[in-house]
Design a protein around this ligand. Structure first.
Ligand code: KG4
Length: 362
């Protein structure tokens, strides 16, 4: 079969991304335009601003992806775009652009699901018709990345929280603050509003491995209150806001030992919960291989702990490279390849689905 070139477009959150992937496996170009600097003053992603930034960036980002790949609008074989989950207004920019391109160029359009802003465990099985995904666990409240972002925000460390907590944690004592293990007492309210998912889980009567991260965020807040850390946090927030290009040294200069210990202990608790539940699920379902993806999969301690603990159980564990762990369009273009081969094209009237979940085959 001759090589095929898929142009991937991803605009689900705060990155505008385009990539060209050859025959589902080789990244020939990968362009990611991050909007982080737009959202920093607000301490998190502002959906309206995100849509506006996507509108500005989408055309130059796609043009650059094609130019870097030595391709043109005419030479690509198909266009793949993220359908969900994500911010509805942001998704719509990518989808509308991809639809317009597909229509104007008479190229097939492929709609893809990515799992961003969520903490999910999927059992992935390859069958003759393709890959099937079965959700065997999800977060009942905050996603892991959200917990990193919220804790960083409440400690005056800015946004996005994950990368900075990752870097600061090595300077603190991760055993200094003990967080109780997360407990899930209530029934799954999300599943109640999604009867199909609940019925599927109940019918199969299979074990679930759900996550909950709002408790640890509240525990950090309690610790801050109990130890009267607020004045120091306010001073740090103000000092860091005055620096234009922040380096790790700037953060360290404004963090005392108590803060570094708290950050390191928080990260340790998150990592232990994520790794512990995932390995328990792997045992229960007797899986052959683990794949850890998404923004939090870029975390150094998480990677090390997964590698160590999975190796002890003889389980191979794979991570995408760090640039491919966070939002990007190369994954979209690669995942679309089996769809192109199967002529599983998206209808022109498909739309954004903010809460879309994986199933199969995709
Ligand atoms: O999957 P992703 O790129 O975007 C969506 O949510 O769509 O994930 C972003 C999340 C953010 O919450 C960010 O704080 C977190 O991933 N993150 C990290 C690290 N890098 C990004 N969390 C922990 N450690 C990191 N190194």
């Amino acid at each position: 079969m001759p090589h095929t070139y898929i142009l991937g477009i991803e605009s689900s959150c705060d990155e505008t991304a385009a990539a060209v992937v050859r025959s589902g496996e080789e990244i020939v170009s990968n362009v990611v335009f991050s909007q982080i600097s737009t959202h920093v003053p607000y301490g998190g992603v502002v959906p309206e601003l995100a849509s506006r930034e996507h509108l500005r960036a989408i055309v130059p980002v796609v043009r650059k992806a094609l130019a870097d790949a030595g391709q043109t609008y005419q030479t690509i074989d198909g266009i793949a775009v993220t359908q969900g989950p994500g911010l509805a207004g942001s998704l719509l920019v990518g989808i509308s652009y991809a639809k317009a391109l597909g229509f104007a160029l008479d190229k097939p359009l492929l709609a893809l699901v990515v799992s961003g802003g969520h903490t999910h465990l999927y059992l992935a099985e390859q069958k003759t018709e393709g890959w099937f995904y079965d959700n065997i666990g999800h977060t009942r409240d905050d996603a892991a990345g959200e917990a990193f972002d919220k804790v960083a925000k409440l400690l005056g460390l800015g946004y996005p929280g994950g990368p900075i907590i990752d870097k600061l944690s090595v300077h603190g004592d991760a055993t200094a603050v003990k967080f109780p293990p997360s407990q899930i007492k209530h029934r799954d309210r999300r599943a109640r509003s999604k009867p199909i998912e609940r019925i599927a889980a109940e019918e199969k009567n299979r074990p679930r491995f759900d996550f909950s991260y709002s408790g640890i965020k509240t525990a950090v807040l309690r610790y801050v209150e109990l130890h009267e850390m607020q004045p120091a946090i306010d001073a740090r927030r103000q000092a860091l806001a005055a620096i234009s290009k922040l380096t790790i040294e700037d953060y360290l200069a404004h963090c005392d030992k108590q803060t570094l210990d708290l950050v390191a202990s928080f990260q340790r608790a998150m990592v232990e919960d994520l790794v512990g539940k995932t390995l328990a699920a792997a045992r229960a379902y007797d899986v052959a291989t683990l794949f850890v993806t998404g923004g939090v999969a870029a975390n150094n301690e998480l990677r090390q702990r997964f590698e160590r603990d999975a190796a002890m159980e003889g389980l191979p564990v794979y991570f995408p490279s760090r640039p491919l762990s966070t939002d990007n369009a190369a994954m979209i273009a690669a995942a679309a390849y089996p769809k192109l081969a199967a002529k599983d094209f998206a209808p022109q009237d498909f739309s954004a689905e903010a809460g879309l979940a994986l199933s199969g085959p995709r």
